[in-house]
Design a binder for this molecule. Structure first.
Ligand SMILES: Nc1nc2c(c(=O)[nH]1)N[C@H]1C(S)=C(S)[C@@H](COP(=O)(O)O)O[C@H]1N2
Ligand SMILES: [Mo]
Length: 432
């Protein structure tokens, strides 16, 4: 607190708040190690609580910004809009719509949709082309609701070493919501898909150039007609019992439970049944991972063309410590509750283990309510740090299929599939 760093940070903060007002009472006094108040009492300067040393960077480092229908979120980029959800929103199993992260690929995104004109079109290799209004969707098909995690393939990309291009997300490119809509299968049945169909292509209202020289004017993603996810996919018109925020895909979006959000097309307006493989940029080039365990490879193997790339799909098992977050000391002997979330795209979470000693010894935690296999599952465990000093907390989840989190890092050129065991440094101070 006496170091140069404290001085410069304090001065900056003061200058910011005080602005042009004359600082008559002696800034230099305030910045010296202690000073005396008018009352005669000696005041010690407080230690810093901002700055890189104190910030565990769980999320990315961008500024907070406010967009329509949104709480302040962390901005990665503004064109296209990419916003990350701050850590504390993950204390609850459902992420509020206003706090839900945002990711678009193209510059021109809808900021209004006229529902008297808007239709969801089902076209291509079908017997009965459909043009459904929102009312049609809500009234002519059976509504279903599931809890499902929406996670960007590049969530935690900033952890990759060596660094890879793309949005440098921290851990907040994910969210969990109650998703209400209709089964994709019901729409396909109504349209009567013809034989010879290979894939179903999804496209939203957004337009723009996309990455340079890719011809990626539309964001289109496809699923194979014989993929079992087709039976589970839903087209939602409600998130957490409310209309979708514009930035999360109003009026309807595709939800593919357990799969990365790249398939979850927002402002979904065209469903196209095709007879040829979809080779557009977003399928053939973007969002592909090495066909290796955990999608792990090396820079050299990629460079020498030794890696077969396949479209990314299922989300591996992950878990997070949300609190304590390392921003404040915990007094020794104080019983606190360590809390977080876990999820897996493969099956439901059945075990979350906690370690106070960097993964040497693990203890089972108490799991929160089960909202189904595709939801966040909260966990908590009481913890009383016994001694003063630094602790490295760790968390590890296991799903019903036996998938668990490895402690090894991975690398791939897209910065996808990160699911290494998460850690949190915590400083424990003396309580007397
Ligand atoms: N129409 C459209 N849908 C889209 C995208 C997009 O760029 N355009 N991006 C996808 C990707 S890669 C992600 S991570 C999610 C983000 O969903 P969210 O913004 O609701 O959090 O939307 C998916 N659906
Ligand atoms: Mo994404």
């Amino acid at each position: 607190m006496t170091g140069e760093k404290f001085k410069s940070i304090s001065r900056r903060l003061l200058l910011k708040t005080i602005g042009g007002v004359a600082v008559g009472f002696g800034l230099s006094k305030l910045l010296s190690s202690a000073w005396t108040q008018a009352s005669g009492q000696t005041v010690q300067p407080l230690p810093q609580f901002t700055g890189p040393d104190a910030n565990p960077y769980w999320g990315s480092v961008g500024p907070f910004v406010v967009y329509p229908q949104k709480f302040p979120l962390i901005q990665l980029t503004d064109r296209p809009i990419q916003l990350e959800t701050p850590r504390h929103y993950f204390l609850t199993p459902f992420t509020p719509n206003a706090a839900f992260y945002v990711r678009w690929h193209l510059d021109n995104i809808p900021n209004a949709v006229n529902l008297s004109e808007w239709r969801l079109f089902i076209e291509g290799n079908i017997e009965k082309p459909l043009a459904l209004s929102l009312t049609d969707l809500m009234s002519k098909f059976k509504p279903v609701t599931i809890a499902a995690v929406n996670q960007c393939s590049g969530n935690s990309r900033s952890r990759f070493q060596p660094r890879v291009p793309g949005g440098q997300w921290g851990n907040g490119a994910m969210g969990n919501a109650l998703m209400t809509g209709v089964h994709l299968k019901d729409l396909l049945n109504a349209a009567r898909v013809k034989s010879g169909s290979l894939q179903i292509q999804f496209e939203g209202l957004d337009r723009g150039r996309g990455p340079k020289d890719t011809g990626s004017y539309r964001f289109q993603k496809s699923l194979n007609v014989n993929d079992s996810v087709i039976d589970e996919a839903i087209i939602i018109y409600e998130m957490n019992g409310e209309p979708l925020p514009m930035l999360n895909g109003f009026p309807v979006r595709l939800v593919v439970p357990g799969k990365f959000a790249t398939y979850w097309i927002k402002a979904l307006t065209w469903i196209r049944i095709v007879t040829e493989p979809d080779t557009n940029f977003w399928m053939a080039k973007a969002y592909c991972v090495p066909d290796t365990p955990r999608g792990n490879t090396t820079f050299n193997d990629v460079k020498h063309g030794r890696v077969r790339m396949i479209p990314i799909k299922t989300m591996p098992v992950r878990s997070f410590i949300i609190t304590p977050d390392g921003t404040s000391k915990v007094p020794s002997e104080m019983p606190i509750m360590v809390q977080g979330i876990a999820f897996s795209g493969y099956s439901k979470i059945i075990k979350v283990e906690f370690s106070e000693n960097n993964g040497v010894i693990w203890h089972k935690t108490e799991l929160g309510e089960d909202y189904g296999p595709y939801s966040f599952r909260t966990w908590k465990t009481p913890w009383t740090p016994k001694h003063v000093g630094k602790y490295t907390l760790a968390v590890r989840a296991t799903d019903e299929k036996g998938n668990t989190q490895p402690d090894e890092e991975i690398w791939n050129p897209g910065g996808y599939l990160w699911n290494k065991i998460e850690r949190q440094e915590v400083t424990v101070g003396a309580s007397q």
